[in-house]
Design a protein around this ligand. Structure first.
Ligand code: TYD
Ligand code: MG
Length: 371
């Protein structure tokens, strides 16, 4: 934790931000030697916060101070008195400062509260963690509009119907961006998932049609993810192309390359594409695996469950290098994959890795021979 660092943590309401920050307070007092953490909630009564803390089995009550307050100036008075090393403000949209006349949650309030917290962090040397609810457009201003004011922006994501949660760094003045933490929400709070690839693959079927595995990188962390494609005859003149987790422009390019260079036709077929586990893929290194999944769906040819794919695909169908290939191949091997298709140009670079066979591919027209 950086002494005067200012961290904004955004996420949908109910995703687990308050839970996470109480656990952060617990962790930092327990393992990083913090003596005073002030947690100010503008959302819940002191009884509610305490009962949540009890449910989460938060210890170190002598070091974690809980307060319920919506008036920003009153919260500042507490800070002055307590001089905490870490101040947690939950949430941005509930506080109002007397300096601005408008209601809490409006753009001007949200901006003013954030910039005054930034001043506090820098002038008093206090670490500040600020929660911001991501909101559908409307009267309440979201965390986006204050991202430029803070040092670090984290987003807490996940499907509220599922237990998996992802903590993503989108801005970091002090280190890497695109780092990813993977957690599971349980009845005892959030648990760090030590082996996220295993979680992403856990519900995978053996030899399924239309699915392919890729080793993607989230920050410096390799993650094995299952990509799924489904083709069905279309009742429409213009067949549907629906994608979750992969940009639809990207999907259009990959299907065009597939039709042109592999001869796998999607005429009169609806195509649905999905990234399992709710992850969003933006990496070109996932191109080849996406194409393999679509090819498998079109031709109804299952892909071996011990095979993974790596490679960027260009418009002429050439398979290009991916960055950090060793890290990705190692992760696939660790998860028990015995074969991985990689760009032919990177065979040399990975030749030291034993225990997994590497199958080279130079052009997408070789996909049919590999599946
Ligand atoms: P919360 O931290 O209140 O979300 P946010 O601050 O982002 O709005 O947590 C929301 C949900 O998490 C709540 O519906 C209940 C659930 N939850 C658990 O499943 N386990 C727990 O230990 C806790 C505290 C909450
Ligand atoms: Mg909350």
């Amino acid at each position: 934790m950086i002494r005067d660092g200012f961290v904004l943590i955004g996420g949908d309401p109910g995703i687990g931000k308050s839970t996470l920050l109480l656990q952060v307070a617990q962790g930092l007092t327990e393992h990083a030697g913090l003596q005073r953490v002030l947690y100010v909630s503008g959302e819940e009564s002191i009884e509610q916060i305490q009962s949540r803390a009890r449910r989460l089995k938060i210890r170190n009550e002598d070091k974690i101070y809980l307060a319920a307050e919506t008036q920003f100036e009153k919260a500042l008075l507490m800070v002055k008195e307590l001089k905490p090393e870490l101040l947690i403000m939950d949430s941005l949209q509930t506080f109002s400062t007397g300096f601005v006349e408008s209601a809490p949650g409006t753009v001007s309030q949200v901006r003013e509260v954030t910039s005054r917290l930034m001043n506090l962090a820098k002038s008093a040397g206090i670490a500040v963690w600020l929660v911001g609810h991501v909101t559908k457009e409307g009267s309440i201003a979201g965390p986006k509009i204050v991202e430029h004011l803070v040092d670090t922006v984290l987003y807490f994501e996940g499907d509220s119907g599922q237990t998996m949660r992802l903590l993503r760094t989108v801005k970091n003045r002090f280190g890497n961006t695109n780092e990813l933490g993977v957690f599971e929400m349980t009845s005892d709070g959030l648990i760090d998932v030590a082996n996220p690839s295993a979680l992403f693959l856990s519900e995978r079927k053996e030899q399924a049609m239309g699915t392919a595995i890729v080793a993607t990188l989230e920050g410096s962390r390799p993650l094995l993810v299952e990509l799924q494609a489904l083709c069905v005859p279309s009742p429409f003149a213009t067949p549907r192309r629906t994608s979750v987790g992969l940009d639809s422009q990207k999907l259009a390019i990959l299907t065009a390359v597939l039709e042109k260079h592999v001869g796998a036709s999607l005429i009169n077929q609806d195509l649905f594409f999905n990234v399992a586990g709710g992850l969003k893929l933006t990496e070109p290194a996932c191109d080849l695996a996406s194409m393999a999944a679509i090819f498998s769906a079109i031709r109804e040819r299952p892909i071996s469950s011990s095979l993974a794919f790596l490679g960027e695909v260009g418009l002429t169908g050439e398979v290009r290098k991916v960055n950090q290939i060793e890290l990705r191949v190692e992760e696939a091997k660790k998860l028990g994959f015995t074969e991985i298709v990689i760009p032919a140009s990177q065979m040399d670079r990975t030749s030291k890795i034993k225990g997994i066979s590497r199958l080279p591919i130079a052009h997408v027209n070789e996909i049919p021979n590999l599946i």
